[in-house]
Design a protein around this ligand. Sequence first.
Ligand SMILES: Cc1cc2nc3c(=O)[nH]c(=O)nc-3n(C[C@H](O)[C@H](O)[C@H](O)COP(=O)(O)OP(=O)(O)OC[C@H]3O[C@@H](n4cnc5c(N)ncnc54)[C@H](O)[C@@H]3O)c2cc1C
Length: 402
Amino acid sequence: MQPLIGDEVVVDKVDVIVIGAGASGLMCAATAAYRGKKVLLLDHANKAGKKILMSGGGRCNFTNMDAAPKHFLSDNPYFCISALNRFSPQDFVDLVDRHGLEYVEKTPGQLFCEHSAKDILAILLTELDWSGAELKLNTKVHDIEFQDKQTVLKTSQGEFACESLVVATGGLSIPTMGATGLGYDIAKQVGHSLLPTRASLVPITVQPDRKGQLAALSGIACDVSATANGVTFQEPMLFTHRGVSGPAILQITNFWQPGEALSINISPTLSLKDLFDIRQNTPKKSYEGILSALLPKRLVELIKVDFPWLTERSAQTSNEQVECLFQYLANFDISPNGTEGYRTAEVTLGGVNTNEVSSKTFESQKQTGLYFIGEVLDVTGWLGGYNFQWAWASGYCAGLHV
Ligand SMILES: Cc1cc2nc3c(=O)[nH]c(=O)nc-3n(C[C@H](O)[C@H](O)[C@H](O)COP(=O)(O)OP(=O)(O)OC[C@H]3O[C@@H](n4cnc5c(N)ncnc54)[C@H](O)[C@@H]3O)c2cc1C
């Protein structure tokens, strides 16, 4: 870095400063440095990429081969299109292939590390090293001053000046991993508007009177369909000691908020007609036996509390009873209370208004030389590797312009 003599202090000057050494910041810093830019990547944490390390159950679901704009939520649904086209899942796969990463496709399109999320972070840090970008950890940003031709940052490690400042500070989820609202504060400082933020891809808690009953099911999972605001996900749901989690629940929290209607169908493949047909075709069989083939035993035990007649031969049941059972299964009562919040959420919905940022360069329309990338923007992906794909794509595209 070139020292600049200011009035009182020596200021190190670089072309680009990126705040946040997470997924998008690492990608952006390396891309810019490969172009010959002098890049300084700052993070207040003692380690880069902490969320990468804890992602995907420790194996990082690093992309989704089917990633398309429809998998992202934003006040401006068109904003993500350009970057997703310019840096595709295949582009990221090509990158990890060059490093010999071993990976697996768990469900169609969803790519995970074969061994550990550490492998993805190691690739990004290698790229950063090869690109010549400098990484400074344990660096707190105290103040940012936007001047005519440069931006000056006062930090716990001294003052730095740059032509381009990239904000890659992520969302608010998991504060213990280093999440802060700094990116939103910088956006507000230059007059950006923010879309309301809330924890998402997050477990749902249940109301106290239902919690006791459902806690007995803690640890078991079953396929459900979860529906809110006209959107349905058919994936597994997991009972926890606080409420419910698992892919179906995490996915629906992108579309559901406490107080709104949420419908959980615990036998999504079974129609009312199926239930009547079963009675017709196997009259000696009990509905308990039929449900036991479809649902975990402990869940059937819970259902029996409300439907003691389940143990009887199906031929002895009335149409009303069968209809009642169907309604119970199709609208299973989880009595949602709220969510576990930012403590366990994978992402933050909302953020910097994408109508005020260029979708090509990621430069702010309020402040020349200021860029926003990754999750700090109001762009949130579904569960399944989409959020990392957004981080790579936005980081790469901004890295080409800073
Ligand atoms: C438990 C968990 C599992 C996940 N699993 C997946 C998955 O498998 N697949 C997927 O696609 N997505 C997953 N995600 C989401 C994904 O991790 C994020 O969407 C992605 O990391 C966002 O990238 P980012 O660069 O915007 O922010 P981050 O990766 O969060 O990086 C932000 C960086 O900014 C730094 N920072 C914050 N505030 C400051 C400050 N004041 N000063 C300096 N530095 C600061 C942080 O320390 C951090 O290093 C998961 C998230 C969590 C929490």
